[in-house]
Design a protein around this ligand. Structure first.
Ligand SMILES: [Zn+2]
Length: 496
């Protein structure tokens, strides 16, 4: 981005500014200093040796001043140029605009998720296809920030609704509704669980076609989205990844009116391997290489159809991954001297500790006693867990405003796990679900297409911004959500 912004300034302009502006001003200052120096020295006895020394000294000072002034001028130009190109799309210097569609009649967004693709995995091995998208597209330079809890279902559904889990209702991969006592699992497809308006519904509500090759929530019937045959795949993890890519490609062979304008494509890897072996294992490297090949297959197929440059490809993950090991455990039974936490109270242990005590038991007292025990030095790794009433969690987590969220939430330090009791031999593996401020929980955001600048890096952002980004590209009105309405302007190119 920096190189680009500098090259936006014609060379003539740079030299003119240096000659006429800052440099001259600074030279005047140094001349004044020089004069006062000569005035002072004139009162001293003048000898020829002294005057030669003075001339050399003066020239040295002058040269230094000019060099410094030039440096200041360059710094000024550099920062003002890079600021203007990154902050606003309306700057006259920002000449890069979105590219027209060649073959497609309407903008098409393909949203790809590679589950558990931790930010940085793209450097584990040679990933020429992913890097082709990065180098010719726009990337969150330090990754995409997931929502809390950094789990698969809450995050995938935040990406397509623009809502934090407290608002879209999928507050965990599994939970109990306290009002009805009903249990939500990843197989629950009843609309009552899935709040908000996912992108496929927004698209369908506009009379346009969407297609989902797997995405949490996509099989749920909502609004005008009726999960149509051939456009909405019922989840089946055994479908080879290549088949999923080929089906997506086949949509581009349809007549324009039947072609979906929004498509999702989901891969379970490398999350699957990450849980087994942790993030730093050759198995992850192999899984990443495979994802890269699939992106290659997709790009090849799009190129053959002459639509690669027309399609807006947004490649993301849902969360990162961190290594866990048997020494990094906290057992709730170790708190028994302060308070007994029966397993019936615990909705989930790790990495999101969620506890709902029965009515009549004060959650506030439970939190106080648990924290007292955890800070006592008598509970193994107790200082790695902090327990909160959900209303007292840091506001940045946005994790309180739903009855579905149990009243007591524990934040566990990266890589640690909570269990009820010491039972079985633990093994090393990987986990996610921790505080979304933890860097290892970050994933990727890579976007390529006519409305994305080539080779541009943008600062990290939360995945709830993606909903507005997609509706802006598709030029449709989105539903209200937690994303910022001005965000898309910071990522996509202006249309003219
Ligand atoms: Zn996972």
């Amino acid at each position: 981005m920096d190189r680009e912004s500098l090259s936006l300034l014609p060379p003539g302009k740079i030299s003119t500014q240096i000659a006429s502006g800052k440099v001259e001003e600074d030279q005047n200052i140094s001349t004044t200093a020089l004069l006062s120096f000569s005035t002072d020295s004139s009162s001293s006895p003048i000898s020829s040796k002294a005057s030669t020394k003075t001339i050399i000294f003066v020239s040295l000072i002058l040269t230094t001043c000019i060099a410094l002034s030039a440096a200041v001028a360059f710094a000024f130009l550099f920062f003002s140029a890079s600021h203007s190109s990154s902050s606003s799309s309306s700057s006259p210097q920002d000449f890069e605009v979105s590219r027209p569609l060649n073959k497609l009649k309407k903008p098409v967004v393909l949203l790809i998720s590679s589950d558990g693709f931790r930010f940085g995995y793209q450097f584990k091995t040679n990933t020429p296809n992913i890097h082709r998208l990065i180098n010719n597209g726009t990337e969150a330079e330090l990754g995409l920030i997931p929502v809390f809890p950094t789990l698969t279902f809450p995050n995938h559904y935040s990406i397509v609704t623009g809502l934090y889990p407290a608002y879209h209702g999928i507050v965990n991969n599994y939970f109990t509704d306290p009002k009805t006592g009903e249990f939500f699992s990843m197989r629950s497809h009843e609309p009552k669980w899935w709040l908000g308006e996912p992108l496929w519904e927004t698209v369908a509500n506009h009379g346009l076609k969407a297609a989902t090759y797997f995405w949490p929530g996509s099989e749920v019937l909502k609004g005008f989205w009726n999960c149509p045959a051939n456009y909405c795949m019922q989840y089946d993890g055994s479908v080879p990844f290549e088949d999923r890519v080929d089906t997506i490609l086949s949509y581009f062979d349809l007549p324009s009116d039947d072609m979906p304008v929004f498509m999702t494509l989901y891969f379970e890897d490398p999350d699957h391997q990450g849980h087994k072996v942790g993030p730093d294992d050759p198995e992850i490297t192999e899984a990443v290489a495979r994802i890269d090949k699939l992106i290659g297959r997709l790009v090849d197929g799009l190129e053959k159809r002459g639509v690669f440059e027309d399609v807006s490809i947004i490649m993301v993950g849902d969360h990162g991954m961190v290594g866990t090991c048997d020494k990094k455990l906290i057992f709730l039974d170790d708190l028994a001297s302060w308070i007994e936490i029966p397993k019936e109270w615990v909705q989930s242990y790790s990495p999101l500790l969620a506890i709902r005590p029965p009515s009549g038991i004060s959650s506030k007292d439970v939190v106080a006693k648990m924290n007292e025990g955890l800070l006592s030095d008598k509970v193994g790794n107790g200082n790695r867990l902090k327990v909160y009433l959900k209303e007292e969690l840091p506001g940045r987590l946005h994790y309180s405003n739903s009855d579905r969220i149990p009243p007591i939430i524990g934040l566990i330090e990266e890589g640690f796990k909570v269990e009820q009791t010491k039972l079985r031999k633990q093994e090393c593996g990987g986990a996610h679900g921790y505080d979304n401020a933890i860097f290892s929980m970050r994933t990727i955001f890579i976007a390529h297409g006519p409305q994305f600048a080539r080779g541009r890096k943008v600062p990290s952002f939360e995945n709830i911004q993606i909903y507005n980004l997609v509706t802006t590209i598709l030029n449709i009105q989105g539903a209200p959500n937690n994303g910022s309405s001005s965000f898309p302007k910071t990522i996509i190119l202006p249309s003219h």
